[in-house]
Design a protein around this ligand. Structure first.
Ligand code: NAG
Ligand code: NAG
Ligand code: NAG
Length: 273
């Protein structure tokens, strides 16, 4: 019981960023080094490429996946970080990845009205440095933008952001949903690449909270549908309880494509060639 309380407090503190996690780094690094180190085979280089993708964040990963669907196109993807390890996959210790070598470690500008409890008023601004970018260190929450926002942008005259005909089909094309709790099937796809699931474990409190909200006349909703107000369970980018990063979803399955090269631990500047 005491250990449970201790862990809860520790995580609450970490989430609030009130303790300097550097002290925990050796532990994290050790975990990262010794447990199930994953590697990806470095692929062969070509002399000339049709496309060079700089950065393998979720955007770069999807782009590389789609471009290499055409077997004639040669694609090179350059990434400063490396492949994640099993430690990044465990949801319970996800907050610790923020203090690992998979984070660029940026600090936000000094804030006038927020981050006041932090040194120099600066909040941490975690950004992933890994194959899969920030999808390797984030909280794995899968939340699409709300329909109302996209519709509003369209009203303002911004093209290509129509929810029904452009945005929703793009969300659906990527998704492999396997949801055990309430959801609207017409907003999901079960055969894409990126796994979307509910947490396999929940405390009794979740059910009590949802029932309490329902007794206040909020309905149970699918947070990734056209409903934005109500109560519902989170959907997350996990597969069988493990993080499903953009790298695992979009790159690992296509590593064997002959015209695709990824080059890790390499940064670019305007003089690179
Ligand atoms: C955290 O601690 C380390 C070593 O003790 C120190 O070098 C670093 O500046 C500290 N970071 C912050 C944000 O205080
Ligand atoms: C589901 O995903 C697959 C693979 O990306 C795609 O071919 C299919 O069109 C998608 N279905 C829907 C309804 O979007
Ligand atoms: C919920 O809706 C029912 C039926 O419309 C109504 O009788 C009840 O007072 C509502 N409860 C709350 C908390 O608004």
């Amino acid at each position: 019981m005491l250990i449970k309380i201790f862990i809860t407090i520790l995580f609450a503190k970490i989430i609030q960023c009130q303790i300097n996690l550097s002290r925990f780094s050796p532990l994290v690094e050790n975990l990262v080094k010794n447990y199930g180190k994953q590697t990806v085979e470095q692929s062969k280089y070509h002399q000339i490429y049709d496309f060079v993708i700089v950065g393998s964040g979720p955007g770069g990963c999807v782009l590389a996946n789609r471009l290499t669907e055409n077997p004639k196109i040669k694609v090179l993807m350059i990434e400063a970080g490396t492949v994640e390890t099993i430690a990044q996959g465990v949801p319970l210790i996800a907050p610790l990845s923020v203090e690992s070598r998979y984070n660029w470690g940026y600090l936000a500008e000094k804030q006038e009205y927020s981050c006041r409890g932090l040194r120099d008023g600066q909040c941490a601004y975690p950004r992933g440095k890994a194959l899969g970018g920030s999808s390797v260190i984030n909280g794995m929450v899968y939340t699409r933008g709300s329909k109302g926002d996209f519709d509003h942008w369209k009203q303002l005259g911004i093209e290509n952001w129509d929810y029904e005909t452009q945005v929703l089909p793009a969300f659906k094309r990527s998704e492999r949903a396997n949801l055990k709790y309430f959801h609207k099937p017409e907003f999901h796809n079960i055969s894409g690449s990126l796994s979307v699931t509910n947490s396999p474990y929940e405390t009794p409190f979740a059910k009590i909270f949802i029932n309490a909200m329902k007794s206040l006349n909020y309905s149970e909703i699918d947070l990734n549908s056209d409903d934005s107000i109500g109560v519902g369970r989170l959907q997350s980018n996990t597969l069988r309880g493990v993080r499903h990063s953009a790298f695992e979803a979009f790159i690992r399955p296509v590593l064997k494509r002959k015209k695709f090269t990824h080059h890790d631990q390499h940064t670019c500047d305007k003089n690179s060639h």
